[in-house]
Design a protein around this ligand. Sequence first.
Ligand SMILES: [Zn+2]
Length: 169
Amino acid sequence: MNKGLTGTKESWATDEATRNKMLGNRNRDTKPELRVRSLVHKRGMRYRVNHRPLPRVRRTADLVFRPARVAVFIDGCYWHGCPKHYTEPKTNTEYWREKIDRNKGRDRETDDLLAAEGWTVLRFWEHDDPETVAAAIERSVRLRRKRPQTNLDGSDATTTTSCSLTGGG
Ligand SMILES: [Zn+2]
C-alpha cells in the first residue's frame, strides 16, 4: 500500500495516524479507562465506577475510593483539551473552543469542590500509560488509608467502612 511513500511523506502519515487514533478512541471498547480499571482491580483495589464522590454535587468520577476519599478522573484528550493531542478543528472553531474551555473550567471547579470536602483528586489523560496510572492510584489510595483519619483536617472522621464496594474489570 505504501509502496510509493518515501521519507518525505512521513510527517503527514504520522499526523494522520494520530488523528485516526484519536477518533477511534472515542468509540472503542478497550478505552484507556477500562484498562486502568482492570489494572487497579488486579492490584486488589476496590472502587466504585462512574460514581459521584459528593452525592449532592452532580460530578461523576471515573473511579471512586470512598473510604480513602480519593476520586480519579481519566480525561479524554479531545474533550478536555489535552495539550499534546488536542488540535482545534478548522470549522466552527469558536464553538469548539468555547466548549472545550467550558469543560476545562468545569474540571477545575470539580477539583476545588472535592478538595474542599477533604478529597484527593487524581487526574490523568487517556494517553497516559495505564500501568503508570494504576500504580499512581494505588500509591495514593494506600497513603490515604495509612494516614489516621483524624489528621485529615481536624474534624469529620466518619469513615464509611460499611458499604460494599464494587469493582470493575
Ligand atoms: Zn493526550
